[in-house]
Design a protein around this ligand. Structure first.
Ligand SMILES: *Cc1c(COP(=O)(O)O)cnc(C)c1O
Length: 361
C-alpha cells in the first residue's frame, strides 16, 4: 500500500494513526456490531462520540465555559450568511478586513443583510500581506468585527489580532484551527470548516460566546440560527456523524500523541521553517508573502516562470508530492503543511526542490 505526500489545501491529509484506527473500527465500533457510519445519531454509542469530541475540543483548546461549541454543516461558506443573520441584528453594521477570497465572500454575503464596511484590504498586492489596521477607522457601533485569520489561498496569517474593544471579534479560522494555541476569550465567535485541519469534509465547528446568541434576525432560517443548534446539543437534526467521529480521533491524536497545542505549534514552526528557509535561499523558488505575515499552514511560492512552475508541479506529482499547484485564481505553487503533514514530508519536498533547481538552472 502506497501513501503520497499530500499538500492539498483541503480536503487534506489526516494523521495515519487516525486513518488506521478508523479502518480497524470500521466494521465493528467498540463491539456494537456496526460502523459509526451506520448507527443512529440518537444512540448511546453516538452520544458518547459527540460528547467525547466536544469535551476533548474544550480540553485541547482550553475553551472557557461561557462559550458554546457547535457541530454544524454547510461548510464555512454557509457561515458567511449565518454570521450577519445571527450577530448583526442590533445596529445592523459590521466591519470586515479583506485579506483574500474567503474574507471577500463573507463580506459580500454580509452586505446582503446589513451595512458591511471594508475597513482595510490587501487586494492591491494580490493579498500577499495583512493590512495594518487603525482602530480609529473601525465602526464604533458595529455589531461585530470580522477577519479571516489564516488566508488559505494566499498564505498569510494574523500574528496580532485587531484591537476591537467591546465589539466582538468574529474569525474564520478554518485553515489554522488547532495548529497553535488560541486564546478563545479574545473572540466573540470563531468557526472552522473541518476539512482543512481537523477531519474530513462535512463539518464546521463554531465556538460562540453565549451572550451573543439569541438575537438572530427574524427571517433567519431555523437551520442557520445558531441558537437552534445550541439548544439541541448540535442534534436538532442528523449531525455529520462520521466526520465528528474522525474529529474525535484527531483530537485524541493531538492530546495523546502530540501532547497538546503548544507542542503542535512547535512542530508546525519547525516544519514551516524548513520550507521558508529553503525559499529564502533559493535562486529559483521564492515565497510570495511578506515574511512578517507568513502562514504556518499554507506556503505559496513561484519560480517567476509559468512554464517552469508547470514543469515543477508535474515532476513533483510524478514523485508522489501531490496537490502542489497553486489556487486556480493565483497560479504558482502552494504547499499546505497542515498538522498531519509529517516533518519528513517537508524535508523530502525541499530535497526534491533543491534537486529540481539544480537540474533546471
Ligand atoms: C476552505 C475555506 C473556506 C470555504 O470552506 P467550505 O467548507 O468549502 O465552504 C472558507 N474559509 C477558509 C479560510 C477556507 O480555508
Amino acid at each position: 500500500m502506497k501513501r503520497v505526500y499530500n499538500f492539498s489545501a483541503g480536503p487534506s491529509v489526516l494523521p495515519e494513526v487516525v486513518l488506521k484506527r478508523a479502518a480497524e473500527e470500521m466494521f465493528d465500533y467498540h463491539g456494537c456490531g456496526q460502523s459509526v457510519m451506520e448507527m443512529s445519531h440518537r444512540s448511546k454509542v453516538f452520544e458518547g462520540i459527540i460528547n467525547g469530541a466536544e469535551s476533548l475540543l474544550r480540553e485541547v483548546m482550553n475553551i472557557p465555559d461561557n462559550y458554546k461549541v457547535l457541530f454544524l454543516q454547510g461548510g464555512a461558506s454557509t457561515q458567511f450568511a449565518a454570521i450577519p443573520l445571527n450577530f448583526g441584528n442590533k445596529n445592523k453594521k459590521a466591519d470586515y478586513v479583506l485579506t483574500g477570497q474567503w474574507a471577500t465572500k463573507a463580506y459580500k454575503e454580509a452586505a446582503r443583510y446589513l451595512d458591511a464596511k471594508a475597513v482595510a484590504s490587501s487586494k492591491d498586492k494580490t493579498f500577499s500581506y495583512i493590512p495594518k489596521l487603525d482602530p480609529d477607522t473601525f465602526t464604533k457601533d458595529a455589531d461585530y468585527f470580522y477577519i479571516c485569520m489564516n488566508n488559505t489561498i494566499y498564505g498569510t496569517v494574523y500574528h496580532e489580532l485587531p484591537q476591537t474593544g467591546d465589539v466582538p471579534l468574529v474569525a474564520d479560522v478554518s485553515s489554522c484551527f488547532l495548529s497553535t494555541p488560541l486564546d478563545v476569550s479574545k473572540f466573540g465567535v470563531i468557526y472552522a470548516g473541518a476539512q482543512k485541519n481537523m477531519a474530513p469534509a462535512g463539518l464546521v465547528v463554531a465556538i460562540i460566546r453565549e451572550d451573543l446568541l439569541g438575537n438572530a434576525m427574524d427571517f433567519t432560517p431555523t437551520m442557520l440560527n445558531y441558537q437552534t443548534h445550541a439548544d439541541n446539543g448540535s442534534m436538532f437534526n442528523t449531525p455529520p456523524c462520521w466526520t465528528i467521529y474522525i474529529a474525535k480521533l484527531v483530537l485524541e491524536w493531538i492530546k495523546n500523541d502530540i501532547g497538546g497545542l503548544e507542542n503542535m505549534q512547535k512542530r508546525n514552526e519547525q516544519k514551516a521553517a524548513i520550507l521558508y528557509n529553503f525559499l529564502d535561499n533559493s535562486k529559483m523558488f521564492k515565497g510570495t508573502v511578506v515574511p512578517e505575515d507568513r502562514s504556518l499552514m499554507n506556503v505559496p511560492f513561484i519560480t517567476g516562470n509559468d512554464e517552469l512552475d508547470a514543469k515543477f508541479v508535474k515532476e513533483a506529482t510524478a514523485n508522489d508530492f501531490v496537490n502542489l499547484k497553486g489556487h486556480r485564481t493565483v497560479g504558482g505553487m502552494r504547499a499546505s503543511i497542515y498538522n498531519a503533514m509529517p516533518i519528513e514530508g517537508v524535508e523530502k519536498l525541499v530535497e526534491f526542490m533543491k534537486d529540481f533547481e539544480a537540474r533546471n538552472s
